[in-house]
Design a protein around this ligand. Structure first.
Ligand SMILES: [Zn+2]
Length: 65
């Protein structure tokens, strides 16, 4: 079985690509999702903060006034 992996083994990973610490998990206290070494975020996909700020203001009723 291991021969299959051998054949697909990636060769020539010598370039020092930007990597982050290995074996990191989601920063969420109750989440153990492993993060990719290329993922600069501290949270997994589920707990990652939303890029755009969510408008959480009060919605003014229409036709007020
Ligand atoms: Zn998470």
């Amino acid at each position: 079985m291991s021969e299959t992996l051998k054949g697909k083994a990636i060769k020539g990973i010598t370039r020092a690509s930007r990597r982050y610490s290995e074996g990191r998990v989601c920063a969420h206290p109750e989440c153990d999702t492993k993060l990719s070494i290329y993922n600069k975020r501290e949270y997994c996909h589920l707990h990652a903060p939303v890029k755009f700020p969510r408008v959480r203001g009060r919605i003014l009723p229409e036709g007020s006034g």
